[in-house]
Design a protein around this ligand. Structure first.
Ligand code: PBG
Length: 325
């Protein structure tokens, strides 16, 4: 085997994974609380951007050749219904318009969910299942349809529902088609697992649930991997164009199974906030080589079978990216 490794060019010749920024998506947080760029303490290097600074961030993503950006909004006010998410002048709709005016070619994806907009921090309208407060599935679907059309009207290129409501893709597809957006793809967070890896994001998006957790709608990490395959099959039957596994690193097995089971289906993986923060903290402490670790992580997610990676390192990795030796 070592003859395949003895020379850098032999190694490069036999590589199967080619890193390419065109397949990476940079998440951007945009806030509606003034003109300052606000650092996110748990995600060093990431910021809540004011609307005015978005065009420059978008321009940079475009110049670096990224696959696109995915937007998360922090509204000026949150309420029980998440009204900002249903307002054509809400933070995300304005953000999309700003980006599309400045960089019309940059693929602009919108995360479609309510947790950033509700005061309770859950991903939809609250109701009850017995004595238990829970997110109402079907009432939330209605709202997701409306939210998707608003994003489309603002100029979003891809709609990415992340709330794990049953039937969300059907509802969004119907709403988009009826509003004249039959051409817009849906990238569904199909197999999204519940857990602590989203912790830093929730600080970033100010979306920590005020009570309870998301385990009645996001997947159980200990569920059979086949459950993820069922989620993907359902989303595809409902019309999803791109499916997603999330988080990435703890679920490389799931990524691989989805890849094998659904060949040819575009597959995204979300290299989530907790994965980012762990590496950034270890690198800052001098315990790990950050850049080399990021390269290995991106390589492993692609090798597991993801075509697309949503990663907070998209811009950074694209900056120092060189084909590996
Ligand atoms: C919204 C959403 C979340 C993430 C992406 N979209 C948070 C959550 O489900 O709590 C997490 C992304 C990350 O951790 O990087 N529902």
């Amino acid at each position: 085997m070592r003859r395949l490794r003895y020379h850098p060019r032999v190694r490069r010749l036999v590589q199967a994974v080619q890193l390419n920024p065109a397949h990476w998506i940079q998440p951007l947080f945009v806030h509606d609380k003034g003109a300052e760029r606000r650092p996110i303490a748990s995600m060093p290097g990431q910021f809540q951007l004011p609307l005015d600074q978005l065009p420059a961030a978008a321009q940079e993503a475009e110049e670096l050749g990224l696959g696109g950006v995915i937007l998360f909004g922090i509204p000026s006010e949150k309420g029980a219904q998440g009204r900002d998410a249903l307002d054509e002048n809400g933070v995300i709709c304005r953000a999309v318009r700003r980006i599309k005016e400045a960089t019309p070619d940059l693929l602009t994806i919108t995360d479609l969910c309510f947790c950033e907009y509700t005061d309770h921090g859950h991903c939809g309208l609250l109701g009850h299942a017995g004595a238990q407060a829970t997110v109402e599935n079907d009432a939330t679907l209605e709202l997701l349809g409306k939210q998707a059309v608003l994003h489309a009207k603002a100029g979003a290129d891809v709609i990415a529902p992340s709330g794990m409501m049953d039937g969300m893709v059907t509802m969004i597809r119907q709403a988009l088609d009826a509003a004249g957006f039959a051409h817009l793809p849906i990238m569904s967070y199909s197999a999204k697992y519940s857990g602590p890896f989203y912790g830093p994001f929730r600080e970033a998006a100010e979306s920590t649930p005020r009570f309870g957790d998301r385990r009645s709608y996001q997947m159980d990490p200990a569920a059979a991997a086949e459950q993820a395959l069922r989620e993907v099959a359902l989303d595809l039957a409902e019309g999803a164009d791109i499916v997603m596994v999330k988080p990435a690193l703890a679920y490389l097995d799931v990524i691989r199974q989805v890849r094998d089971q659904f060949p040819g289906v575009p597959l995204a993986a979300y290299n989530v906030s907790g994965e980012y923060s762990m590496v950034m903290a270890a690198a800052a402490a001098g315990w790990i080589d950050g850049q080399a670790t990021i390269r290995e992580i991106l390589t492993s997610i692609h090798r597991a079978g993801a075509d697309i990676i949503i990663t907070y390192w998209a811009k950074e990795a694209a900056r120092w990216f060189q084909p590996a030796n």
